[in-house]
Structures are given as structure tokens and as C-alpha cells.
Design a protein around this ligand. Structure first.
Ligand code: ZN
Length: 64
């Protein structure tokens, strides 16, 4: 696939960003990635992030 200029939507904060990482089919923006890296495992954000990933995984499995 060609690389376009469209921004991808972050799976965590749902904001569009050019800079980010992919974990499987999930896209995470630079800000959220930084948050996760800096987060403690018990941190609220990390819990929120895991919930999001779980939900996403379910929806991805349902589609495919
Ligand atoms: Zn984000």
C-alpha cells in the first residue's frame, strides 16, 4: 500500500497524529506512546489503555 498524507487516528486518545506506532493493527500516537512508556503499570492511564486495546481486539476479531 502507498503511504499517503492522511493522519492516522490514535486508538487511545482518538486524536489524529502523524507520529505514532503500530501494535498489530492498533495505532498509538506519539503522545500516548510516551504516556504509556512513562506510566507505571498500576497507573490509571495504563489501565485505560489496556481496556481500549481489549475492546479494539474484540472489534477487530468481529470484523475479520
Ligand atoms: Zn493518542
Amino acid at each position: 500500500m502507498k503511504k499517503g498524507h492522511c493522519q492516522e487516528k490514535c486508538s487511545v486518545c482518538e486524536q489524529r497524529s502523524y507520529q505514532g506506532i503500530h501494535i498489530c493493527d492498533i495505532y498509538i500516537c506519539e503522545n500516548c506512546e510516551r504516556e504509556i512508556v512513562c506510566s507505571d503499570v498500576t497507573d490509571e492511564f495504563y489501565k485505560y489503555y489496556l481496556q481500549k486495546l481489549r475492546k479494539l481486539k474484540h472489534s477487530l476479531l468481529n470484523i475479520s
